[in-house]
Design a protein around this ligand. Structure first.
Ligand code: ADP
Length: 264
């Protein structure tokens, strides 16, 4: 009677404990698999430019110095690929920093001003390829955020919009607020992203096939989302193939200061 009940009670507690252990092991295995894939992807991304650099250096060494045209082409490639390595290293560093936990330097800022700066820089980078429109609202859009990091996220969204929009297209930036959040929105008139691919573009190293030649490593959006989430905000996307895409980054507006920002 009593003994059986006690034993059954113990057994069921053991079962629960084992269940939890199993779930936790599965999670750890998943995390490990993710890290392994990350390392494999990263080393692949490093290897491609390195192969190009050493190939062209060998060509210069062997004969290309005698052929000025070939030499110039090799030097150009080497410089391009070195630049690619540099941005790759920077992107990986940004991700690693975010993985260690967000060390944000938050303050209260006007999102309009930050957007203006990002738009200015984007216009210069677009160099007339696409027009970048921005009509700031009349009232300040104040929110609590790390200026440098959110600026970085905005630049990623703007760079993409410019990169993936054909010449003559339009990129439009909007900032505003909805209830608890301030948002920055970047829309373009580019090729768009198929609905089933939309969640994937935020994954590390993911690129649509059409983007393979653009030279990005597929890390930008994962960094931008990491930044938004570190603030307790989010980054999401809407897109229509053939029409364009819209990326919306939001951060909490709250400035109470009493309870710290949620750290993920
Ligand atoms: P990348 O360095 O390749 O741009 P991202 O992580 O920033 O890496 O983007 C991942 C992929 O999402 C891109 O390779 C591209 O295929 C797609 N993408 C991102 N932004 C846009 C956009 N505005 N329009 C269309 N496709 C986009």
């Amino acid at each position: 009677g009593r003994l059986a009940t006690t034993i059954n009670g113990l057994l069921s507690r053991l079962e629960t404990a084992f269940g939890r252990l199993e779930a936790s092991l599965a999670r750890q295995e998943e995390a490990l698999a993710r890290q392994r894939r990350f390392a494999a992807d990263a080393s692949h991304e490093f290897r491609t430019p390195l192969t190009a650099i050493s190939g062209h250096a060998n060509m210069l060494d062997a004969w290309a110095l005698e052929d000025p045209q070939a030499a110039r082409k090799s030097v150009r490639t080497i410089k391009q690929e070195a630049q690619r390595l540099r941005s790759l290293a920077e992107a990986l560093l940004a991700l690693a920093r975010g993985d260690e936990g967000p060390s944000l330097r938050v303050g209260c800022h006007d999102l309009r001003a930050m957007a203006s700066e990002a738009v200015e820089a984007a216009r210069a980078a677009a160099d007339g390829k696409v027009s970048v429109g921005y009509a700031p609202p009349e009232e300040p859009v104040s929110a609590t955020f790390d200026r440098d990091r959110v600026r970085q996220a905005a630049s990623i969204l703007l760079d993409n919009a410019i990169k993936y929009t054909p010449r003559g297209g339009t990129v439009t930036v909007r900032v505003g607020e909805t209830g608890e959040r301030a948002f920055l929105e970047v829309s373009d008139t580019g090729a768009g992203i198929p609905e089933e691919k939309l969640p994937l573009v935020f994954e590390r190293f993911y690129r649509l096939d059409s983007a393979r030649t653009e030279g990005g490593a597929g890390l930008g959006l994962s960094i931008a989302r990491q930044i938004a989430e570190a603030h307790g905000g989010e980054l999401r996307a809407e897109s229509e193939v053939g029409e364009g895409s819209t990326f919306i980054l939001s951060v909490p507006r709250r400035t109470s200061g009493s309870d710290p920002l949620p750290l993920s």
